[in-house]
Write a protein that binds this ligand. Structure first.
Ligand SMILES: *Cc1c(COP(=O)(O)O)cnc(C)c1O
Length: 468
C-alpha cells in the first residue's frame, strides 16, 4: 500500500516511511492511496475470529509490501498479550439496542493503548530492518504520555521523552509515567503549562538540524498507524452484533477526531455503519461545525474529561480530504485559512453530505456528572466522564430506527478519573490489579525549565541516537 498526503504536495510513501514520518512534509496527514474493500461475504468470513486474528485481517492490506503476515501477526500477538480482559474489547449491553464497548483493558487504562501498543511493535520491526534508532518526543496532559511510554518501553531502537506540565497532571496519570522502570523511558516535568510543553515539542520538530541529530519521531494521533489499529475494534463490535447483515451505529467521545475517523475508515472499507455520533465536552468545536458548517477555534476550557480538552481536531483534515474528492489543493486552502484566521466554512452541500453519516452532541461538566449518576443508577455501571459523554451522545443524537444497534465507545477506565467518578456516583473505583500498588511505587522523573535549549540538552543527553 502507498500513502498520499491530504495536502497533495508531499511525496507518496510506503507504510514504513509513513509510520516513522507522522506528519507529511507539506504539513498534511497521510492517507492510504485506496481503500481495501471487504465485501459482505468477506466480512462474514471474519466472524468468530479472535481480536488478534481479526486485527491481522483488517490491518493486513494497509501494511502490505512493508510487513509480512508473520511479522504483523507477531506484532499483534505481542501488543495485546498483557491486556487484562481475554476478549480485549468486551461489549456490555445497556439496553435493547444499546451497547458499550470497553476500550480500557490495556496497560494504561485508556483506549489509546489499543493503537499505541501496535505502533510500538511496528517501530521495532521497521527499525530493526533498517538498523536505525529513533527518539520519540511528545507532550502530554495525561493519557497519551503514559500510553506512548507503555508502547515504547524496553525497545532497543527507541528512546522516549515525554514532557508533562509540573503539578498539572493527575496523580494517577503522573505516576503511570514516572514509575516505569525502563532505562529508555524519560518522564520530564516542565515548569509550565501543557501549552508550553506542546510549544517546546513543536519547536524541537521545527529545528531541522536537531530533528536529524536525534532522529526525532512522534506518536501523536495524526500518525496513520494509530488510525489503522483503531479500525479493528469497529469491525470487532459490528461482527459481534450481526454485521454485515444489519448496520450499526457508533457514539464516540471525541477530541482530535482520531478515534471516530477510524470508524469512518471502517465504513469506507465496506463495514455497514449507519451513523457516527461525535460526543464532545464544553470544547465543542465539532458540534458547532456540524450545526453551522463553520469550523471556528475558541479558547480551551478545562473539564472533567481532560483528554477531550482541545481546540483543534487535527484528524478532521482526513475527513475533509475524503469529502472534497481528495483535492489536496482545496484541503490546503482551508487549512491555511484556519491557521491564519482561526476559522473556515464548508459549502452547505458538503455539510449535508457529512451530516448523512455524522451527528454531534456536547455536554458540559454538570451534565456529565448527571449522566454518570444516571447510568450508575439505572444499570449499575460506573463509567468515566469521557465514556459517559459517549453514552449521552448515543442517547441524544443517535436514532433508533429498525433496531440498529448503537455502540458507545468507553475510552477510559473509571479509576483513571476517580475523584469525579466518586463525586458523581458515590463509588470509589479501584485500580485494576496490575496497577493496585501504583501509589506506592518509586517515582523517577527529571525536572526541566520551560526553556528550549535546556530541553534540547536533556533530549541529547538521553537519546541513544546521539553518538551511536
Ligand atoms: C484521547 C482520548 C479521547 C479522544 O480521542 P480522539 O481520538 O482524540 O478523538 C477520548 N477519551 C479518552 C479517555 C482519551 O484518552
Amino acid at each position: 500500500m502507498r500513502y498520499v498526503s491530504t495536502r497533495g504536495r508531499a511525496p507518496e510513501l510506503s507504510f514504513d516511511d509513513v509510520l516513522l514520518a507522522g506528519l507529511a512534509t507539506d504539513g498534511g496527514l497521510y492517507m492510504p492511496q485506496h481503500w481495501p474493500n471487504f465485501t459482505h461475504n468477506d466480512i462474514r468470513a471474519l466472524r468468530g475470529l479472535t481480536y488478534q486474528d481479526l486485527a491481522v485481517q483488517v490491518m493486513g492490506p494497509f501494511v502490505a509490501g512493508s510487513l509480512t503476515d508473520d511479522e504483523l501477526t507477531e506484532v499483534v500477538e505481542t501488543a495485546y498479550a498483557d491486556f487484562s480482559h481475554p476478549a480485549i474489547a468486551p461489549l456490555t449491553q445497556l439496553g435493547t439496542d444499546d451497547w458499550i464497548m470497553e476500550l480500557f483493558h490495556g496497560p494504561t487504562l485508556a483506549f489509546k493503548d489499543y493503537a499505541l501498543k501496535v505502533v510500538g511493535g511496528l517501530f521495532d520491526v521497521v527499525l530493526k530492518r533498517s538498523g536505525k534508532r529513533i527518539t520519540v518526543v511528545g507532550a502530554t496532559s495525561g493519557d497519551t504520555g503514559s500510553a506512548a511510554i507503555e508502547a515504547c518501553r524496553d525497545r532497543d531502537a527507541v528512546d522516549i521523552v515525554i514532557l508533562m506540565p509540573k503539578g498539572r497532571v493527575s496523580e494517577v496519570q503522573r505516576r503511570q509515567m514516572t514509575t516505569v522502570a525502563s532505562t529508555n523511558v524519560h518522564a520530564v516535568e516542565v515548569d509550565g503549562t501543557f501549552d508550553d510543553c506542546q510549544d517546546l515539542v513543536k519547536a524541537l520538530f521545527n529545528d531541522a538540524a536537531f530533528r536529524a541529530e536525534v532522529n526525532l519521531s512522534a506518536v501523536n494521533s495524526i500518525n496513520w498507524a494509530r488510525i489503522m489499529a483503531q479500525i479493528v475494534y469497529y469491525f470487532w463490535a459490528a461482527l459481534r452484533l450481526g454485521s454485515p447483515d444489519r448496520p450499526m451505529s457508533f457514539a464516540v467521545p471525541t477530541g482530535n477526531f482520531g478515534n471516530v475517523m477510524a470508524g469512518y475508515c471502517a465504513k469506507k472499507m465496506g463495514l455497514p455503519i449507519d451513523r457516527l455520533v461525535v460526543g464532545s465536552n464544553s470544547n465543542d468545536i465539532l458540534t458547532r461545525f456540524l450545526e453551522s458548517g463553520t469550523m471556528e477555534k475558541k479558547g480551551v476550557t478545562q473539564t472533567h474529561s481532560p483528554s477531550m480538552d482541545i481546540q483543534i481536531s487535527s484528524n478532521f483534515e482526513r475527513l475533509l480530504f475524503e469529502k472534497l474528492g481528495r483535492d489536496g489543493a482545496e484541503v490546503e486552502r482551508l487549512m491555511n485559512r484556519f491557521a491564519q484566521s482561526g476559522s473556515y466554512d464548508v459549502p452547505s452541500d458538503l455539510l449535508n453530505e457529512i451530516l448523512g453519516l455524522f451527528r454531534g452532541f456536547s455536554l458540559d461538566d454538570a451534565g456529565t456528572e448527571q449522566m454518570m449518576a444516571e447510568i450508575y443508577r439505572t444499570t449499575g455501571l460506573v463509567l468515566d466522564p469521557h465514556s459517559a459523554i459517549g453514552v449521552a451522545a448515543a442517547e441524544e443524537a443517535g436514532h433508533r430506527d429498525q433496531g440498529t444497534p448503537m455502540v458507545s465507545l468507553a475510552t477510559a477506565h473509571p479509576a483513571k478519573f476517580g475523584a469525579v467518578v466518586e463525586k458523581a456516583t458515590g463509588v470509589t473505583p479501584a485500580l485494576p490489579p496490575h496497577l493496585a500498588d501504583l501509589m506506592t511505587r518509586p517515582e523517577r522523573s527529571v525536572s526541566v525549565a520551560n526553556d528550549l535549549e535546556a530541553v534540547k540538552a536533556l533530549v541529547r543527553e538521553r537519546s541513544r541516537v546521539v553518538g551511536a
